[in-house]
Write a protein that binds this ligand. Structure first.
Ligand SMILES: C[S@@+](CC[C@H](N)C(=O)[O-])C[C@H]1O[C@@H](n2cnc3c(N)ncnc32)[C@H](O)[C@@H]1O
Length: 351
C-alpha cells in the first residue's frame, strides 16, 4: 500500500516507546516478573543497560509477520537501523555493541513442499515421534503463504502436540525399550510434569538442531537442495512460534476487500463471521492472539462500524470479545494512495 507498505512503521513507534519504558523501569528500579531479577539487578550501571537495550527490544519484545518477503526484510532492516541509532544516541562504541542476531520478524511461508526430502528428514529424527510431529507441522503450514497470520495452525496442531507430549512422556520413562531416548533426555529431568508448551519448546529445539545438522551434512549432489530445505523448514518453525505466542499488544494495518485473500474457500470457512472483508478477519484473528486484557490497535476501513453486512463482526467479535476503548473516525486521505475511508481504533480483549 503506497510507500508505507510493509515497512514496519508500527514496530518503529513501538521501539520508541519501549526505549522509554526500559529506561524508566531501570531508573525507578521497578519490580519485574515474580522471581526474576529486576532490570536494575541485571544491569547494574546505566551504561550496561544502554549496551543491552536495543537487543532486548528487538530480540524479545517486538514481533512481526508478513506474507511478502520483501516487506519482512525491510521491516527487519528498519529495526536494525533503529537499534544502531539507539546505540549512537547513547554513545555506545560500535565495538561494544552486541550483534543483533535475531529479530522477531518472520515471513509467513509454508514448509518446503518436497515430499521426498520431508520423508528423508522426518525418518531420521530421533525419537521417531518427532518425525511424525514434523510431518504434521509441515502439512498444517501448507497455506501459510496465502493465509499468513490468518492461518490457525497453532489450534490445528494443539491436539497433535498434546498427543505427542503424552507419547514422549511414556516412551521416555522406558529408555531401555527405546534405545536412544536415554541419551536424548537427561535422566534427572522429571518428564511427567512437562506441559505441552515445554514439550513443544524441547521438540522444536531438537528439530531445529537436526535441521542444522542435516544442512551441514548435505554435500555432493543434492546438497544445495537439502540445505535450502533445511533453511525453509526452519523458517516454517519460526512462523509457527509466532502463531503460538499470545501478545500484550497487537498492531495492524491489514489489507482489505473481499478478494484479497488467495485461499478463498479455506478463508471463508475459517472466518464465517468476518469473511465479507479480510480486514475484519484480521481483527478477529488479532483478538484471538491477545492475552486477556491485551489491546489491539487497528487502522482499517471504517465500514465495519456501520454497514449491516458487518453486524456479526460488531456484535460477536467486537462487543463480545474485545470492545473498543478508543475510536477515531478519520475519513479519506489517510492511507496515501488508497481510496478508502479509514478508522483507527483500540480494542481490549475481555476476560
Ligand atoms: C497496508 S500494508 C501494512 C503496512 C504496515 N502497517 C507498515 O506500516 O509498514 C499490509 C501488509 O500486510 C501484508 N499481508 C497481507 N496479507 C497478509 C497475511 N495474510 N498475513 C500477514 N501479512 C499479510 C501485506 O503483504 C502488506 O505488507
Amino acid at each position: 500500500m503506497g510507500r508505507h507498505r510493509g515497512s514496519g512503521h508500527f514496530l518503529l513507534y513501538a521501539f520508541d516507546l519501549l526505549e522509554v519504558i526500559y529506561r524508566e523501569a531501570w531508573e525507578h528500579a521497578l519490580p519485574g516478573k515474580a522471581e526474576q531479577p529486576t532490570l536494575r539487578e541485571t544491569y547494574t550501571s546505566r551504561e550496561e543497560l544502554e549496551v543491552a537495550l536495543p537487543g532486548l527490544i528487538v530480540g524479545r519484545n517486538l514481533f512481526g509477520v508478513d506474507i511478502d518477503p520483501r516487506a519482512a526484510q525491510i521491516a527487519g532492516l528498519s529495526l536494525w537501523l533503529r537499534a544502531q541509532r539507539c546505540w549512537n544516541e547513547a554513545d555506545v562504541a560500535p565495538s561494544d555493541r552486541p550483534q543483533v542476531r535475531r529479530t522477531g520478524i518472520v515471513v509467513a511461508e509454508p514448509m518446503p513442499g518436497d515430499q521426498e526430502l520431508i520423508d528423508e528428514f522426518a525418518d531420521q529424527l530421533d525419537p521417531p515421534l518427532l518425525g511424525s510431529l514434523f510431518r504434521q507441522i509441515a502439512s498444517s503450514l501448507n497455506l501459510a503463504g496465502e493465509m499468513g497470520v490468518l492461518l490457525r495452525a497453532e489450534t490445528e496442531l494443539a491436539g497433535t502436540i498434546s498427543a505427542a507430549r503424552d507419547q514422549f512422556v511414556v516412551e521416555s520413562t522406558r529408555p531401555r525399550r527405546l534405545p536412544g531416548f536415554a541419551d536424548a533426555v537427561p535422566g534427572k529431568l522429571d518428564l511427567s510434569g512437562i506441559d505441552d508448551e515445554a514439550f513443544f519448546v524441547e521438540a522444536s529445539d531438537r528439530v531445529l538442531q537436526a535441521l542444522h545438522d542435516y544442512s551441514v551434512r548435505a554435500a555432493g549432489s543434492g546438497g544445495a537442495r537439502r540445505r535450502l530445505f533445511a533453511d525453509d523448514a526452519a523458517h516454517g518453525f519460526a512462523f509457527l512460534e509466532i502463531l503460538r505466542h499470545r501478545y500484550d499488544v497487537i498492531l495492524m494495518n491489514p489489507p482489505f476487500g473481499s478478494g484479497s485473500i488467495l485461499a478463498k474457500r479455506v478463508f471463508e470457512k475459517a472466518y464465517p463471521m468476518t469473511k465479507n472483508d479480510v480486514y475484519a478477519a484480521f481483527v478477529e484473528r488479532g483478538i484471538e492472539m491477545l492475552v486477556e486484557r491485551g489491546t489491539l490497535g487497528a487502522l482499517t476501513s471504517r465500514t465495519g462500524f456501520f454497514l449491516s453486512s458487518f453486524q456479526a463482526f460488531r456484535e460477536e467479535v467486537l462487543l463480545d470479545r474485545a470492545p473498543p476503548l478508543i475510536f477515531a473516525d478519520l475519513g479519506q486521505g489517510v492511507l496515501d494512495d488508497a481510496m478508502v475511508e479509514v478508522a483507527a481504533y483500540v480494542l481490549e480483549r475481555s476476560k
